[in-house]
Design a protein around this ligand. Structure first.
Ligand code: HEC
Ligand code: HEC
Length: 213
């Protein structure tokens, strides 16, 4: 009798273990944070407003990623790394986001990513782009909820005067945004691809550009 109970208990544990593994497999195929869900996966949400909100939550996976957020800080100092620590060495945004005299962004950040070899530094490359600079303070996302970022990003008074179509084009085609997927040695790229982000933005606009609550 006692043996039977032990056998039953371990059988139960085995069943539990298998379903835990199943759940894990599903999570990694569907919810890997490095992937973006395709637009088609939202078609099951019949309510248009809810569908739009769900799509924005997917867009937000990119927008809130450190590769984007680090340049859209709430203060005067850009952020670095996946842990989003204040920029080292300490530097300031300056009047136009290009830095201040002596520590202009371009004095260290060149036109393209620069891979370091054998320097012993804790980082493997210095990011680069011809327009490397901090996003204007009105475009700060750091510390804001997804709902707040959504409201801000679609408000022409706070997004550089862009219509929804222009906002789409910026996210889908801008070459500084594109840096997020080619961030240089030693940095994790933003999730999915820029093309997928463009498709999600279009689907979000087509479904009413609703913001999550
Ligand atoms: C090197 C710093 C830098 C990085 C990295 C960066 N941005 Fe920006 N971003 C800027 C600057 C500067 C502007 C303002 C220029 C403009 O409006 O064209 C801007 C403007 C924007 C705007 C339009 C204004 C707004 O807030 O609605 C969006 C949207 C945007 N960025 C999205 C992104 C996304 C998404 C990523 C990551 C994939 C990203 N940015 C990465 C610096 C950066
Ligand atoms: C004195 C040199 C220097 C100056 C000046 C400088 N940076 Fe940097 N920056 C670096 C180095 C080196 C790294 C790479 C460090 C790392 O990744 O840990 C870096 C990394 C970054 C990152 C991190 C990217 C990421 O996703 O992790 C951002 C954002 C950044 N810089 C923005 C700026 C901006 C904007 C300016 C001008 C306002 C600027 N930096 C000025 C040296 C500098």
């Amino acid at each position: 009798m006692r043996r039977r109970m032990i056998a039953a208990a371990s059988f139960g544990a085995a069943v539990l273990a298998t379903s835990a593994v199943d759940a894990q497999i599903q999570n990694t195929t569907i919810l890997n944070p490095r992937d973006l869900r395709p637009v088609s996966s939202f078609s099951g949400i019949a309510d248009k407003t809810e569908r739009s909100r769900a799509i924005f939550n997917e867009v937000a996976k990119v927008v809130t990623n450190p590769r984007c957020m680090n340049c859209h800080p709430a203060g005067d100092i850009p952020l670095q790394g996946n842990d989003q620590h204040p920029h080292m060495p300490p530097i300031l945004r300056g009047e136009n986001g290009l830095g201040v005299a002596g520590t202009a962004c371009a004095s260290c950040h060149t036109e393209k990513n620069f891979t370091l070899v054998g320097t012993g530094a804790s980082y493997k490359s210095i990011p680069g782009h011809p327009r490397w600079q901090v996003a204007p303070i009105e475009f700060a996302w750091e510390g804001k909820s997804i709902s707040q970022i959504c409201q801000q990003i679609k408000d022409p008074n706070r997004n550089g005067g862009r219509t929804l179509a222009q906002l789409h084009d910026h996210l889908a085609t801008d070459d500084l945004v594109a840096w997020g997927w080619s961030p240089g040695e030693g940095r994790d790229p933003a999730p999915g691809t820029q093309a997928q982000l463009g498709e999600l933005m279009q689907a979000w606009i087509d479904s009413g550009a609703e913001c999550p609550r």
